[in-house]
Design a protein around this ligand. Sequence first.
Ligand SMILES: [Zn+2]
Length: 116
Amino acid sequence: MAADRATTGSRLAALRSGFAGVVAASENSNADDEHDPEGSTIAYERSQLSALVAQAEAHLAEIDLAVERIAAGTYGRCAVCGAEIPGGRLEARPTASTCIGCAAVAARQRRGGGSR
Ligand SMILES: [Zn+2]
């Protein structure tokens, strides 16, 4: 189990550096496109890229939280009910912080169906 978490930790670290690379690459490309004759193409590419960067940054935040949970020893446990998160779910989504049941409840609440 501890080895599992170490593997997940290094996988997350690899993901993190990959995403950080995307963010850095886009910052570099922003720097010199003002003088580019193909400005509109660049602008289009940049809007595509900034969507990617926004996604990458959201992933990065999730990854940081997962790494913190590994350090705190709470990784693999549901943040809501404390149940063990099934290995298959963590395999599919290593940054998952809740079990499938609690994730479904949260999704239902986000849709506004809940009565609070
Ligand atoms: Zn739960």
